[in-house]
Design a binder for this molecule. Structure first.
Ligand SMILES: [Cu+2]
Length: 362
């Protein structure tokens, strides 16, 4: 399960571009239409058979119903919509957000489809891209299709379709005022905050990083991991295209000196526990940044866990002094933060070069 070569850094995912991607059968859908969307799964996880398929539904895709499949067990996650849906005068505030088909067996060289029917919001602007991030789980690995950046050439693009203008008007839909113009990125970002991303027994939420100045050598990444299982796990590494490499760090006061150091064995995620990476505490250190982290954007970050394997998550870039992600995860993200350190303290930080921009003052 543990694959040391992942630490090469440049390798973001096992599912390289040599493989066909998981995609949607539908290339577009009309705003306001009720349609079936179908995830096409063309291969397994690096040769392994797929036993579980997870499909995350985007904001703007309402009143969804999954299609059961013989041989697979359905499980459903419901939650609040970021933008409530006015269904002919009835305000709908929550619904299906993620569908999991598990316990199946889809060989690497087989093909299958997984469907959900739902309604696209009538007020979604034409040309909005709707992403349906998907994750395949196999005995030892995963194939993730969760990159919603829209960037060309990423190895694991999320399945998507494009909204086209509705053809037959709004069917009497009224009261849509007040939330016009939510673009795909915002909807996806809201959703990334709202729903935890799951890999194995782990649930990851509230991932964010702080915006950096141009030419800043490093940035800090933060998130919460909840281990819902009965087996201890460990965050052993991470990678992202925008950083030369990523380290798992802890930060702690030693006397009156703030020390930051790499955790050579990774960060334990005990069974049943939630471990919070936050400013001033544990964090992902994005080293050798290739470009600045820009507030309001997102970067894909691949996390590697000893037991659960790897998963790619979207990390929202917040303000330079952000204390938590844009969404509310329910966790206390307060407490000591980098901003609590005076700039002068940074000179005393031991164990790293090039961390001068980490603890920019609030
Ligand atoms: Cu650090």
């Amino acid at each position: 399960m543990f694959k040391p070569f992942l630490f090469a850094g440049a390798l973001l995912t096992l599912a390289g571009s040599a493989f066909a991607h998981a995609t949607l059968d539908q290339k577009e859908a009309a705003a306001g239409s009720t349609v079936k969307i179908t995830l096409r799964v063309p291969h397994g996880c690096n040769g392994e058979a797929t036993h579980t398929v997870r499909l995350t539904l985007p904001d703007g895709f309402y009143a969804a119903k999954p299609m059961p499949k013989p041989g697979w067990t359905l499980s459903l996650d419901t939650g609040n919509y970021a933008t409530p849906y006015d269904n002919h005068g009835t305000k709908m505030t929550e619904g299906l957000r993620e569908v999991t088909w598990s316990g199946g067996h889809l060989e690497d060289d087989w093909y299958d489809e997984f469907s959900v029917r739902g309604t696209f919001g009538a007020d979604i602007a034409a040309d909005t891209v709707m992403y349906f991030p998907a994750l395949q789980e196999c005995a030892n690995g995963v194939a993730d299709w969760t990159d919603t950046s829209g960037a060309k050439g990423v190895p694991n693009p999320a399945p998507k379709l494009v909204i086209v203008a509705g053809t037959s008007g709004h069917h009497g839909h009224g009261g849509h005022g007040g939330h016009g113009g939510h673009g795909a990125n915002k909807a996806a970002a809201d959703h990334a905050m709202a729903a935890p991303i799951k890999v194995g027994d782990l649930e990851i939420s509230g991932a964010f990083a702080r915006a950096t100045l141009p030419n800043a050598p490093v940035g800090g990444g933060f998130l919460s991991v909840t281990n819902t299982g009965t087996t201890d796990d460990r965050l052993i590494g991470a990678s992202t295209a925008v950083a030369g490499h990523v380290e798992v760090h802890e930060m702690a006061m030693e006397g009156d000196v703030m020390k930051m150091r790499q955790l050579p064995d990774g960060l334990a995620i005990p069974a049943g526990a939630t471990v919070v990476l936050k400013p001033g505490g544990y964090h992902l250190m994005l080293m050798k940044l290739k470009e600045p982290l820009v507030e309001g954007t997102r970067i894909p970050v691949t996390l590697m866990f000893e037991m659960a394997g790897q998963v790619e998550i979207p990390m929202s870039i917040g303000a330079p002094n952000a204390k938590s992600g844009a969404g509310h995860t329910g966790h206390d993200q307060g407490g000591m933060k980098h901003g609590d350190m005076k700039m002068g303290d940074h000179g005393k930080m031991k164990g790293h070069g090039g961390h001068g921009n980490m603890g920019r003052s609030d």
